[in-house]
Design a binder for this molecule. Structure first.
Ligand code: URA
Length: 237
């Protein structure tokens, strides 16, 4: 394949911009600068770098998980220049995007891919994929409140489906309680609004699982590629 076509179809920049960059010496093939846009490359074996970054062929499917910190928007770009989750995966091909969304202040497991079918299937409500959250809430919800959360409560966008709600621990001073909550819907701000509906605000929220996939001990702000086994498991959901 011609060098400029390979880079342009990987989604990095337009064909015209790529050509200019090649002429400007910003592109290397196997470590050597190549100044000829039509230079033939072997997609399987050649390593192409564009401005110091490895160019991945578009045919390569990428699946990864990020441990999102609070304070990052789940969006591909923000016109107000606020930090986005894309800043945390900036060294990966620009063609990847987040699968679904976590609120600005929510932390934890966020998937990224460039595989549109995968993202579509994972997000489709008919699949009812379980998402597991840890929630730290104000005060100590009583058994009645917990029962209501389990059965479904009314929030702005309707009534929530039955959820698994487990009380994990109450802080020593009784000021807060930690819960594990498993839901299979994706209503906006669902976990926060569920607790609000029973009179307790969520102080911290972290997603730790999607289906069988676990966030594990991935450090905050870091990402890792999914293993083939993890990808297959998610595809089978
Ligand atoms: N529920 C919320 O309230 N926020 C999220 O980001 C995800 C689920």
């Amino acid at each position: 394949m011609r060098l400029e076509k390979f880079i342009a179809t990987s989604g990095i920049a337009s064909r015209r911009a790529v050509k200019k960059s090649i002429l400007a010496g910003l592109v290397t093939v196997n470590g050597e600068p190549v100044l000829v846009p039509g230079h033939p490359i072997d997609v399987e074996t050649d390593t192409v770098e564009f401005d110091g970054k490895r160019v991945e062929p578009l045919t390569e499917r990428i699946y990864l998980m990020l441990n999102k910190p609070a304070g990052y928007l789940t969006t591909r770009s923000d016109e107000r220049g606020r930090p986005t989750v894309m800043n945390l995966v900036a060294d990966l091909p620009a063609s990847i995007y987040p699968v679904g969304r976590l609120d600005l202040e929510t932390e934890g497991l966020l998937l990224f891919t460039n595989d549109g079918d995968f993202a579509y299937r994972l997000l489709h409500p008919s699949h009812e994929i379980e998402k597991t959250y840890l929630a730290w809430v104000k005060g100590v919800p009583n058994d009645d409140a917990i029962q209501r959360l389990r059965q479904g409560v009314t929030i702005l966008s309707g009534t929530t489906a039955p959820a698994k709600v487990k009380r994990l621990k109450v802080s020593k001073d009784g000021a807060s309680t930690q819960f594990e909550v498993v839901i299979h819907e994706g209503k906006k701000r669902q976990v926060r609004l569920m607790f609000k509906a029973v009179g307790h605000s969520v102080m911290r929220l972290k997603r730790v699982g999607i289906g069988n996939l676990q966030l594990g001990n991935l450090p905050q702000g870091q990402y890792r590629l999914l293993t083939p086994r993890e990808i297959t498991a998610l595809m089978g959901l």
